[in-house]
Design a protein around this ligand. Structure first.
Ligand SMILES: Nc1ncnc2c1ncn2[C@@H]1O[C@H](COP(=O)(O)OP(=O)(O)OP(=O)(O)O)[C@@H](O)[C@H]1O
Ligand SMILES: [Mg+2]
Length: 527
């Protein structure tokens, strides 16, 4: 059966010892499908991957069928559901003639199936358990990214975070950061700002303006507490299947930088908090990062470094990451070089830029058995892809033109009412459903300080006024008594002079004490 030279060359590359996910059948040309099965070893999924292709060529369905098989093999999955169509994982698929033709051709025993899905949303404005993060955990680098700050502003924001931390000012929500920035640009905060060195009040002002604009877009909803614990994604259900956590994102499609940065935070959080495990038989989690080009567009060097480093380090934490984008050239080379499995759907070459991207894509493949790989990539059918994965020895498998299997769950969105009911009924909703505002965050602390400062200033002013009034009164009393003395019996002028001097000195003393007390109160407050 495998007489074809391409099949002969490719088939041995896809024989694995351990369990593997089945992607589909090997094609030798547009007409000929062989019985060679193209697979990815489950143990190599922490070597990351890429799913690329022009719009409508089958990327999401590929992601869906991989997620299904991972779940069935007890591997939890996280995916960003950009268009809502991945929610179909929770509903059994509907058979059709077209589907049967595909499944039969790739030797798939297709039975409709649903999978254990948990829905999440960014903040409270979506159909899912709200995912929130405190501003201080999110960190200056990622926040600078969502605020679209330049390098200088980014490092200034870093100083502000550092200041807040050392001053014991907790940055929980955007209001807290706003309070700190406002304070630093105020008369009271001037000294602290100067103490920070290298931070101009103009830059702080710019950051403050960006922050206000950002909050006005509704970003407030994503920041705060209870803070989400990304370990919630690492769940194997009682029936042994891996949980599929879907971050439902249709509502933030108009804020691409925000959601891509949030995904990056989730990944960085997993990398930071999970223990080192080395290479496991199967990953603890596979993380699908959709619309990945948004992550790299206009990224600062710091941010790019963060991505590349996170992707590098997360491998030994047992997490595999798949990036999904239109073209591999969308992915920064430092990250692309780390992606062991590649599933390339059709690319078009309509513009000179497309043609360049296609050429670059072809150049990133190991030698292939196909005469003209560039031509093949342009003529791939929908639901077909050029595949190469990392074998169990860590070497790339031969390039395989693959007809992909069909997902067994619904290719389309699950009914919104079903999603809403699942969310409300989820135990996670009890934990994360309602936002809480801790009383000791920066806005409250600074608010209380400002209130106390005002009270102290007023007290000092009142004391001063009282002291002045008392001095005036003493003077008047003295003048009156002098008059009286003159009128009645003569008094020793030395006596009355002493009297006045003592009284005046006393009043001055009160005045000084009052001012001193006010000052020390102010100092204490702004320590
Ligand atoms: N493996 C597959 N099995 C069955 N049908 C498929 C498969 N892949 C793609 N299709 C068909 O192609 C359509 C488009 O696929 P899909 O939604 O995955 O494309 P996409 O690349 O994610 O598009 P976009 O860039 O617009 O998100 C599907 O609705 C489905 O009809
Ligand atoms: Mg898609």
């Amino acid at each position: 059966m495998t007489e074809n030279p391409i099949a002969t060359a490719v088939a041995p590359g896809y024989v694995f010892d351990g369990p593997a996910l089945e992607l589909g059948g090997l094609m030798t040309d547009a007409e000929t499908l062989t019985d060679v099965r193209i697979k990815i070893p489950i143990g190599m999924l922490n070597r990351h991957g890429l799913v690329a292709g022009a719009t409508g060529t089958g990327k999401t369905k590929t992601l869906q069928l991989i997620a299904e098989q991972l779940s069935a093999n007890g591997v939890p999955v996280f995916a960003a559901d950009m268009k809502g169509d991945l929610s179909g994982l929770a509903t059994p698929g509907t058979p059709s003639e077209k589907l049967s033709a595909r499944t039969a051709s790739v030797g798939q025993q297709w039975t409709p199936a649903s999978f254990p899905v948990q829905y999440f949303a960014l903040g409270a404005n979506g159909s899912g358990v709200p995912v929130r993060v405190s501003v201080e955990t999110f960190g200056a680098t990622l926040l600078a990214r969502v605020l679209e700050l330049n390098d200088t502003q980014e490092s200034s924001l870093g100083l502000v975070f550092h200041y807040a931390k050392s001053a014991g000012l907790r940055l929980v929500d955007l209001g807290d950061l706003r309070a700190v920035l406002t304070y630093l640009t105020s008369a009271e905060g001037k000294a602290d700002l100067a103490g920070l060195g290298g931070l101009s009040s103009a830059t702080v002002g710019v950051i403050l303006r960006e922050l206000i604009a950002f909050a006005d877009q509704g970003a407030d909803a994503f920041f705060g507490q209870p803070e989400f614990d990304a370990a919630e994604f690492l769940v194997v259900e009682p029936d042994g299947r891996g949980r599929i956590s879907l971050l439902e994102l249709p509502n933030v499609a108009d804020k691409p930088v925000v959601f891509s940065t949030f995904l990056m935070w989730l990944l960085a959080d997993l990398q930071r908090t999970l223990p080192e495990v080395g290479d496991l038989d199967k990953p603890k989690l596979v993380f699908f990062f959709d619309e990945a080009h948004l992550l790299f567009d206009g990224a600062t060097k710091d941010f790019l470094d963060t991505i590349a480093q996170t992707v590098r380090l997360i491998r030994s934490k047992g997490v595999g990451v798949f990036f999904i984008s239109q073209s591999p050239t969308d992915i920064h080379e430092d990250v692309l070089a780390q992606l062991g499995s590649r599933i390339q759907h059709q690319l078009r070459a309509n513009t000179p830029n497309d043609a360049k991207a296609l050429k670059q894509t072809v150049n990133t493949y190991p030698t292939s058995s196909y005469a003209d790989l560039g031509q093949v990539i342009q003529t791939l059918g929908i639901g077909e892809a050029i595949v190469t994965v990392m074998n169990e020895r860590g070497a790339p498998t031969p390039v395989a033109w693959t007809r992909l299997r069909a997902p067994e769950s619904l290719m389309g969105a699950t009914d919104p009412a079903t999603i809403a009911a699942a969310v409300k009924g989820s135990p996670l909703f009890a934990t994360y459903g309602v936002a809480v505002d801790p009383a000791d965050s920066a806005a409250d602390t600074l608010g209380a300080r400002t209130a106390a400062t005002r009270a102290a200033a007023q007290e000092a002013a009142e004391a001063e006024a009282e002291a002045k009034a008392a001095a005036k009164q003493a003077k008047a009393d003295q003048a009156a008594s002098k008059k009286a003395h003159h009128a009645e019996e003569p008094h020793s002028p030395a006596d009355s002079a002493m009297d006045i001097a003592t009284k005046l000195a006393k009043n001055k003393q009160v005045q000084r004490e009052a001012i001193k007390a006010g000052r020390s109160l102010l100092k204490k407050l702004f320590k």
